[in-house]
Each structure stands twice: as structure tokens, then as C-alpha cells.
Design a protein around this ligand. Sequence first.
Ligand code: CP
Ligand code: NVA
Length: 313
Amino acid sequence: MGASLLGRDLLSSADLTRADYERVFATAAELKREFRENRRHAAQPLAARNVALIFEKQSLRTRVTFEAGLNQLGGHALYLGEGIGFGVRESVSDIAHNLDRWVDGVVIRTFDHSVVNELASEARIPVFNALTDDEHPFQALADLLALREHLGGLEGRVLTFVGDGNNVYNSLALAGATMGMEIRLAHPVGYGPQAMVVAAAKRLAVASGGKIVVGLDPRELAPGSDALYTDVWVSMGQEQQSRERVAAFAGYTVDTALLNRAGPLAVAMHCLPAHRGEEISAEVLDGDRSLALEQAENRLHVQKAFLVESIGR
Ligand code: CP
Ligand code: NVA
């Protein structure tokens, strides 16, 4: 089933091969089945494992799923929050060299992606990216697992991201392209994706038989989509741009009309948190064609799976 993930970081969705994705999905499916049966696990593969959580941005899902997931498998989470003065009170490399001596892994949510790369290159223990300005790889893992469960497979399937060419889009484009999917993006002028990410995703798509499509008009790109995915128009760290962003994204709401245009069986996806009436209508987000809570649930299962594969074997 491909190379072991033992000792591996997860910094970018491009870090994983198709076999790696399949391995994480298989372990996640097993853990999910067991968890849904009795909300506990007989085996405790993370017993005596400690993982530090550095969060420089707000979080509900990511923090809770890493903490609960570690505890459910016998491990322990140390929430460091913003309290360590990351890169200010102490350099990133000094923090890495200290954490190395005490714990088995580091989860980090921060702004600048290069800081996560630096932490990973300085630390001997695995580093897990819990969201940067550029990527959200555990979100993409959870999303693709949810879509795979819903559709029965991913290859050749079409996911259209409506909105900002942001961190969540980047990770989905890289992960989806690795899995042979067609990933479309419909974005307003000025809010397109990074050229380097699109180029990397296109290279992955060539190898997998997938496709990357970028355009401006959601109504043009929706037809034939298995899923319409959206995310907030104002990401964490962009609060000062709120007014201009909300104006620029008018017309990019995933609503019932757009979902119907995608197709009668198309589903809606959202990483949450959501702003009903902005990027998604309440009717769609709360309706029976929404996978949002499946995605949120799967954060728990894919993260547990990755932790087991990386530090629990
Ligand atoms: N989707 C997601 O990462 O949620 P949080 O920001 O609440 O962790
Ligand atoms: N793009 C959003 C995702 C939140 C999970 C942000 O970065 O704030």
C-alpha cells in the first residue's frame, strides 16, 4: 500500500502520494468505524505519546479534533496556544530544538507558511500543519474522505471551488489533482490562486489523469460538478480587507440555484466556519445536500489516522 508514513511531517497536501492518501483513508475508515460503534478504541497506539499544539490563530474544529483524537488513542495534547511567544520570545529553531527533547510531534497553526517549513526542518520530530495562509492539508484529507464516502471514489470526479483562491483551495487542488480529480475554481478578478500552486497542481494532474481548471464565472463552471465547495471570503489575518472583499465576492454565493446548475445529485461542501448569506446560503449549508458536518467529523478520523501512521506505529 505504498511507503510507510512513519516519522513523516504533513506540511503541504503535495507531500502525500496517491498511495499515502489511500493509506490514510484506509486507517481513518477503520478508526471511524470503531469510533462510531462505541466511541472508544480498544487499541491505544498513541499511548505515552505527547504532541504540542501551537495555535497563533483561532480554531474550533482543528483544536478539538487534535486534542480529542490524541486522547482517544491514549496520547496527550499539550495546548500551547499563543502563550509561548512563537518566534518572538524565542526563535523558531530554539523552540524546535527544545520540543524535540520532550514530545513526539508538533501541530502548528500560524500565518506564514515558511515558518512551518522552518519548524519542520529544525525539528527532528514530525510537524503537522494545522493551517497556514497557504495551506490546510488536514482539511483536504477530511474533505476528500467525505467525498469518497459519498461518491464511492474520487478518480474522474469534479469538485468546483467557488470563491477565494485561498489556503483551503490550494490544499484541495493539490490533493484532488494527486487523486485524479478535476478541480475547478471560479473566483472574482483579483482573488485568483497563486500561479505556483496552480502549476504544481497541474503537474500532479498530468501524472494522475486529473485536471485543473481556473475561471471567473461560477455559473459557467458549475455544470457537471459532483460538489460545489466554498469557504469564507475573509480568511483569518485578512480582517482589514473585509469591506472590499465582501463587495468583490458578491455573486459568488453557493445557493440552491447554483447547486441545481451543478446537477441534481451535486453536493455542497464547506470547511466551516461559515457565514450564511455570504459564501453559502443557509438553505444549502443546512440542507440535506450539504456534506459540511461529514467533513467536520472526518477531521477527527483523518488526523487520528495520520498521527497513528506517523508517530503511533
Ligand atoms: N475548518 C477548520 O479548520 O476549522 P477551525 O478553524 O475551527 O479549526
Ligand atoms: N480560509 C479560512 C479557513 C478557515 C478554516 C481561513 O484561513 O481563515
